[in-house]
Design a binder for this molecule. Structure first.
Ligand code: URA
Length: 212
């Protein structure tokens, strides 16, 4: 089984506390999601493939690591809540492409409505970083991971802001080769499929829509 990394440092915790707060909304909420994503980026990108290149410094010629860009990594946003994390990570990895997997969770059954997929044609040659703020039941993530693996992808890191033990257990048992980086592992999943204490519905809070 691959490592699960909980980033959970003081800056990350500070932003998570602000996201949890019901009074945090709009631009502020989005800003904290972006900041957490930046703070998680070191862990999220640690397995990206690099190659040594020759570079001339003002003092001498040396070899130094550079990201492999042909093709570059692909950041996969699980829509819609993952979009803001994907855009933020891409600002740090200009060679990356963004792929989209649109999945909506039915409120009562928690079944997944798989409504949209748009991935680069050469996805099987790319390192994939899958972003979704919440790993709850793991239902959406399992659908997304199956799509990627069926498309031939072999190297995947998943990045979540909050995860619960139930979701982690599901992913690590079904997809043991996937690397998982989370900002914070929360306590539990409630009967409606929400993470406790959590932050509510991440998509609704990012986009200012009603909980439905
Ligand atoms: N998705 C969310 O947005 N929040 C949760 O708590 C669980 C799933």
């Amino acid at each position: 089984m691959k490592l699960i990394t909980e980033v959970n440092n003081p800056l990350v915790m500070d932003r998570i506390t602000r996201l949890r707060d019901t009074r945090t909304a709009g631009r502020e909420f989005r800003q904290f999601v972006k900041e957490i994503t930046i703070l998680m980026a070191t862990a999220a990108t640690r397995n990206l493939p690099v190659t040594d290149v020759e570079v001339e410094t003002p003092l001498e010629v040396t070899t130094s690591g550079k990201l492999i860009t042909e093709p570059g990594p692909c950041i996969i946003s699980i829509m819609r809540a993952g979009n803001i994390m994907a855009e933020t990570l891409r600002d740090l990895i200009s060679e990356a492409s963004i792929g989209f997997i649109g999945l909506a969770r039915q409120a009562v059954t928690l079944e997944i409505d798989d409504y949209y997929t748009n991935l680069p044609n050469d996805i099987e040659d790319r390192y994939c970083i899958v972003v979704d703020p919440m790993l709850a039941t793991g239902n959406s993530l399992c659908v997304a991971l199956k799509k990627l693996i069926d498309a031939g992808v072999s190297q995947i890191t998943v990045v979540n802001i909050l995860a619960c033990p139930e979701g982690i257990e599901r992913i690590t048992s079904e997809y043991p080769d996937v690397d998982i980086v989370v900002a914070k592992i929360d306590e539990a999943l409630n009967e409606k499929g929400y993470i406790l204490p959590g932050l509510g519905d991440a998509g609704d809070r990012v986009y200012g829509t009603d909980d439905h």
